[in-house]
Design a binder for this molecule. Sequence first.
Ligand code: 9MR
Ligand code: ZN
Length: 777
Amino acid sequence: MKNQFMKRCGAVLCSAAMFSGACSMPVYAETVNLITNSTFDSGIDGWGIYTKSDASASVSHENGMLGLTVSALGSVNYAVQLSSNSVTLSQGCCYQLTFDISSTQERYIDALIQQDGGSYQAYAAQGITLSDEVQTISLTFAMEKETADAKLVLNCGNHSEVLPEHTIYIDNVVLQEVDESQVETYDPYEPPITINQLGYKPDAEKVAVFRGITTETEFSVVDAETEEILYTDVLYGERENTSADEINFYGDFSAVTEPGRYYITCGELDASYTFEISEHVYDSVLDDAVRMLYLQRCGCEVEDEIFGHAACHTGLASVYGTSEQIDVSGGWHDAGDYGRYVVPAAKAVADLLLAYEANPSIHSDSIGISESGNGIPDILDEARYEIEWMLKMQAESGGVYHQVNSENNPGTIMPEKETAQQLLAPVSTAATADFCAIMAMAYEYYYGMDAEFAETCFSAAEDAWEFLQAHPDLIFEDPEDLSNVGYSDSRDGDERYWAACQMYRATGDTAYLNAIDSITGTYYKDGLEWHMVGHYGNIALLTMDGIDTESAEYAKAKEMLFNWVNVYTENIAETGYETAITAYTWGSNMTIANAGIVLSLAYELTGDESYMTAAEQQLHYLLGRNPNGICYVTGHGTVSPQNPHHRPSIAKGQASPGMLVGGVNSDLADPSAQKYLADTAPAKCYVDDEGSYSTNEITIYWNSPLVFLISMTEDEREEPLKGDVNADGTFSLADAVMLQKWLLKAGGLTDRAAGDLNEDHSVNVFDLSLMKEMLLT
Ligand code: 9MR
Ligand code: ZN
């Protein structure tokens, strides 16, 4: 077991002694610099520039360096390219590129080793933030593709920054073959038996996915405390999983229902990670996933031992194209960056409100946010924090500003350290319609606890609605001179549909029903994503009290939802890890959570339990039963992301808890993904590196569907019996022993929530002393 544990710590970036495509030569040839003019001693021969027609740049020879002066950035990152002479790279060999670089202007560029001709594919890539200080960049890579001619290319065009003319200086460029042991690779441990690392509810279907099977035919479930084999069964369902490039088998242990801690063994394979069976397995990840939003709060002091910070981004923001400045402080930072955008915020808030509606008792008032203990479930307090910010984003016209952000993203600093002027983008109809839908929801959800606030929200929704009617054709485009923009959405029919559905649900007024009918495109009635929100409209109708279930609107909403239910069900039957999707793009973990939500709604509407099982399978994927064998939520499960692309986590040198990362993305859309995943099977394209924003970033609207999914799949929450950490129904010495072992990292807790005796939101040594005191008296 010890050895296995060592291997399990292998989910790190390391120098690859085990690199698979090993260099064909026993010892690497010689250290010849493949760059012909590397020191620019007598000129810049051998180097060239390319500029797209909308860009402008020139090269010069200055102080023994090459200077690239960029006067116009053009529209794309490769609009200005500096490139070296052509070199031949041999398949299976390893190379190191080093160079010195600085710039008169702080900015971002990409350095690529790219095919010279053909498809211009990248063999290696690195993103670099330049400043006037000279940095030595070093990039080591293995040439895994066929032998080909290549070049060093620096993409110095438009990386979404507005920049004045500046000069980039480069010197001492060396590209040479090196020993393969110097190549950094990403070689994480892949557990042969994958399970939901958090565990399973007693009555859930429980199926482990196996790989690397040679002769094994059976598996066993072992009690982690007693080491006793409790259950043995046969493996079944051999299946070729092409997207993960492996053969899968399955082991069903649904028959094990007794609460406890277990692991699975199978012949010579490494045992699975230990997991729990308990009614409360997802309580703590749910609480943390909501609290993550608290940690994303902007504009107020955030309290947390590690991630707490003073109020940030509190200055007035400038309204685009005017001299006006307004207060839009508040809300949540969207993601790993500090922008605040209405469009993705709407998805996040909708998910939270729907999560609450789906399962009120599961949402406690003690997750550790400022409002904990105020008698209102924290999830509603947290959603309201964002709603109040959204209210500030509404202009007098009723239209809603699309976003607020600084001109450039800051470095990896805590938010209160970013003091740059905040800029508001113009009003967009997508943001206005999303806003209208959210305010109509807020009216409904908060009426009972704060009628005045609810009325404020409703009147804001009406103003937004008026604006939308007055601007049927206003198509939003990001102004060209506004940098750092995101979430552009010029197709607003789906947002308008959602707004109409929520306004109808809030008022019962047939005028809104007519508005629903006037939106005919099927495309508009689809999607639970930031840019496609039609299903939120469908959900509003399908779960509305007193809706006419015979109506055309209801029928259409149901048809739209079930179109996807059918696709998902087919995919689940065919994919190795019973996932509802077959292609992995940016934020695939959200797509999987969304699919789980749709499936659980199908269960609500039909009572067919197979849909609920299918929904739970999506949760199992997110929490560990996946080709990478990782629990994608930080701070939960046995192995979870350590290096998310998230500024506070990078600033503090540790992953902030409760964040669902974007997950597998086979498009390799960032330099880190390109560097580490070039040869990786599509369903495994994920790298736990802070540079991988296309696989390892976090967002508010990836966490929110996780919260919604858990709320849909989990049963109602009963208050745990205080102190009963082994969940055997009584509080006894055995609980103190379990807690003590857990504090010594020598075992787990079956019910963590029951251990928080002093209700300080953490389970620690103080709870143990309290427990001992209680047992002695
Ligand atoms: O989640 C967004 C994804 O759907 C897009 O494909 C991607 C590229 O445009 O952008 C994602 O959103 C990012 C946003 O643009 C900036 N903040 C971080 C977001 C998550 O990566
Ligand atoms: Zn902030």
